[in-house]
Design a protein. Structure first.
Ligand code: MN
Length: 240
């Protein structure tokens, strides 16, 4: 475990150093490198052990998903911002809410890697074993989907309906919940999303999220998701 954390810290530091250096060079030797460092996005810690979600999501999948995939989104997002200094200093949400207004040279990169960073940062927090739906969540689900059973059925159907890589979400709009899909790393906060809203629940259905354990059996991964969904987190988002 110590080794893994050290490696993660090393990779993070390496990403920041390389960004700082690029900034330093682009500013022709002045000392604004620090500016580059402070504006760089960082890989957030997973917050729990890689094996915390076993047997439903295996440790190796979690490690690769967090330490490799998520890190790559963060690194490439920072690279895109380095290429387009007008984006420096913006928050992640400001970036992904304005894909249409993003300079064309980095629009795809901000969409994919900014989206990837936001989506995974949320997803890690939505995973925890042995939690139960709480009062506000149950009320909202019953009001919008008639029953928990029906909600789960609708959500699983939506997750199974994502063609290729993408996400299924529950979003809230003026108190109303709805289930939507997005392709790739798009998300419901983006101005380009066909349906928008504030996400309160999400499942990553990219194959990298489940293939090592489930191979082509996405349905099994999706039905096991209920065993690792962090209903405590969902409750705070429903309230907020
Ligand atoms: Mn993923």
């Amino acid at each position: 475990m110590i080794m893994k954390n050290e490696r993660r810290d090393f990779l993070k530091t390496a990403a920041i150093i390389s960004l700082g250096t690029a900034t330093h060079i682009s500013k022709a030797g002045n000392l604004l490198a620090v500016e580059g460092v402070t504006s760089a996005f960082e890989l957030p810690p997973l917050g729990y052990a890689f094996d915390a979600l076993e047997p439903y999501i295996d440790a190796q999948t979690m490690q690769i998903h967090h330490d490799k995939h998520h890190l790559a989104y963060v690194t490439k997002l920072n690279e895109a911002i380095e290429k387009e200094p007008s984006l420096k200093g913006k928050t992640l949400e400001e970036l992904i809410k304005n894909i249409n207004g993003t300079p064309e040279s980095v629009r795809g990169a901000i969409r994919n890697h900014g989206g990837g960073h936001w989506n995974h940062s949320m997803f890690w927090q939505l995973l925890k074993k042995d939690t139960k739906p709480q009062e506000k969540t149950l009320a909202a689900i019953n009001a919008n989907f008639d029953s928990m059973e029906n909600f789960k059925k609708e959500f699983e159907k939506s997750a199974m309906g994502v063609f290729g890589s993408g996400w299924a979400w529950v979003v809230v709009n003026n108190g109303k919940l709805s289930i939507i899909n997005t392709p790739n790393q798009d998300n419901p906060l983006m101005d380009i999303a066909t349906k928008q809203g504030k996400p309160i629940l999400a499942i990553d259905v990219w194959e990298h999220a489940y293939y090592l354990k489930y191979q082509n059996k996405r349905a099994e991964y999706v039905s096991n998701f209920w065993n690792v969904l962090n209903w405590d987190k969902v409750e705070t988002l429903v309230k907020g």
